[in-house]
Design a protein around this ligand. Structure first.
Ligand SMILES: O=C(O)CC[C@@H](O)C(=O)O
Ligand SMILES: [Zn+2]
Length: 510
């Protein structure tokens, strides 16, 4: 009798407290968008900015497909409604309404992510930032650029080029990805070796919080040491804490001279000594050192990604390095690069078999295309399982070979299952892109790869996401790279900022 009264009292108290603090385990389920909601959104936005299958004549399911499907075609949402606001105020009004109604919201930029972070998992509302594409200001002296979140990275590069500046990041997806998404995912890319991560170059952010409040932090100054650096929370949060609507970013002066060279290596064992030598000899002008293994190279060539070297030149190479220099004096840089190549070729045991130096801007672009185009080549070849891992440089080949061997032993290495296992990536950042190119996505292959790849990565004390984020793909696997205390603190922060759990549900944290 006594015991049951206590239990009854506990039951009466505990749920009330939980309901107040929106403990994730007792949160009410998210609401689906209704016809009435769409009518409300139509009062906030012009009719061309509301695409919905719920309201007549605004969009068909087929028209919503590109917003529901991720770039590699692995994740498919069922959103009925996509909104395309033009102003921060509109985003704020949308969020205030969604917060009250408990509607899940997926922020979306160029939708070029590789971990399913920018598409809905169920029928959440998609807020696409593509119509927010104005440059707000640029200071040619400091290089501070303030832009709407929906500005395409390449468009921003072109905007600042006449002022002698470049964006501090460069990605293969530059023609479609947007700066807001770059920041939300803390995208790394090809210039990280030289200019560091976005945690360093973002000066300030404008963010619409889940309840519609606007956090206006668009500073253009480098220094601000007044307590918690809140912008850092949103860089890499993948839209789980709010919607980034504006970005202030420091753009470096463009180098006066750039050169690149593609090097063919007889053995992977030469990558490390080559990197060491290049760093020593090129020092401050080394701006990229990118790795492409033989399988990745062959696929890039097969699918027409840039003209590299002739077949004879590439013969016998186990892997390739694309090396870039950027500096202030073309003659001096060229002399340094030529001296390095002469040393490499003239050594008793040469580290390279051959090297191709670009002789024109077109060749420069073509060599880069080979490296940047691997991702596109893989998706032309089949369906890609992508593992973006941070591991010690010396183990790049071992990880690719071990994964291939594992799949071979399971009998999955065949034309109608796994076609290729390949590795490429950013040597300078110890970041390997392990890609498994399959004939189609299948539960059998996925089970063979996960948690195998995560365990393998953890065995090197590596990170299961070096630069692509966790998204939907790796939210469940966060513990392979983060300790319990860190994950708990992340959950607490999420709960404080997004107590109803409406922001990009199912991403980053399950
Ligand atoms: O597709 C991939 O796995 C990597 C994409 C990108 O991060 C790259 O470095 O090319
Ligand atoms: Zn990368």
């Amino acid at each position: 009798m006594f015991g049951s009264r206590i239990i009854a009292r506990r039951l009466a108290v505990v749920p009330r407290r939980w309901a107040h603090s929106h403990n994730p385990s007792t949160r009410p389920p998210l609401s689906s968008v209704t016809r009435e909601d769409v009518e409300h959104f139509s009062k906030i936005l012009p009719s061309s900015a509301v695409l919905s299958t719920l309201a007549s004549e605004t969009a068909s399911q087929a028209e919503l497909e590109p917003y529901n499907t991720d770039w590699i075609g692995r994740y498919h949402g069922k959103s009925t409604t996509v909104l395309k606001p033009q102003t921060t105020k509109q985003v704020s009004e949308i969020m205030r309404y969604c917060y009250e109604r408990g509607i899940g919201v997926v922020p979306q930029g160029g939708n070029t992510g590789l971990v399913g972070g920018s598409v809905p998992l169920k029928d959440e509302l998609v807020v696409n930032l593509g119509n927010m594409s104005k440059v707000r200001s640029f200071d040619p002296v400091s290089g501070a650029l303030v832009a709407d979140a929906g500005c395409v990275l390449e468009v921003l590069s072109e905007y600042i080029a006449p002022h002698g500046h470049i964006m501090p990041l460069d990605l293969g997806a530059k023609g479609s990805c947007m700066i807001g998404g770059n920041v939300a995912t803390n995208a790394g890319g090809l210039r990280l070796l030289r200019y560091g991560s976005l945690h360093g170059s973002v000066l300030g952010l404008e963010v619409v919080l889940p309840d519609g409040t606007i956090l206006d932090g668009l500073s253009t100054l480098r220094k601000d040491n007044t307590g918690y650096d809140l912008k850092q929370l949103f860089i890499g949060a993948e839209g789980t804490l709010g919607i980034i609507t504006g970005v202030s970013i420091l753009t470096p002066p463009a180098p006066r001279a750039t050169n690149n060279v593609l090097l063919a290596l007889p053995s992977f064992d030469n990558v490390l000594p080559l990197f060491k030598k290049a760093r020593q000899q090129l020092s401050e002008i080394l701006s990229a050192f990118e790795f492409v293994d033989r399988t990745a190279y062959n696929l890039a060539v097969k699918h027409g990604q840039g003209k590299a070297m002739s077949e004879e030149e590439a013969e016998g190479a186990e892997c390739f390095i694309l090396l870039e220099t950027s500096g202030g004096d073309g003659k001096h840089d060229e002399e340094k690069l030529t001296a390095l190549l002469e040393d490499l070729m003239g050594a008793d045991e040469p580290l390279i078999t051959t090297g191709v130096i670009s002789q024109s801007p077109a060749q420069f672009a073509s060599l880069w295309r080979l490296r940047e185009g691997v991702t596109e080549a893989v998706s032309k070849e089949g369906k890609a399982y992508k593992y973006d891992i941070s591991i010690p440089l010396a183990s790049f080949k071992e990880v690719v070979d071990t994964t291939r061997e594992h799949l071979r032993k399971l009998g999955l290495l065949r034309e109608d299952a796994v076609k290729h296992v390949l590795g490429y990536g950013h040597v300078g950042d110890s970041n390997l892109h392990l890609n498994i190119c399959a004939a189609s996505y299948s539960p059998e292959i996925e089970t063979a790869l996960e948690p195998f790849v995560y365990e393998l990565t953890a065995s090197y004390n590596g990170s299961i996401s070096a630069e692509h984020g966790l998204g939907a793909m790796k939210a469940h696997a966060i513990h392979y790279s983060k300790g319990g205390v860190a994950v708990d603190l992340m959950k607490k922060l999420k709960n404080v900022i997004d107590p109803k759990g409406i922001m990009n549900p199912g991403k980053v944290l399950e």
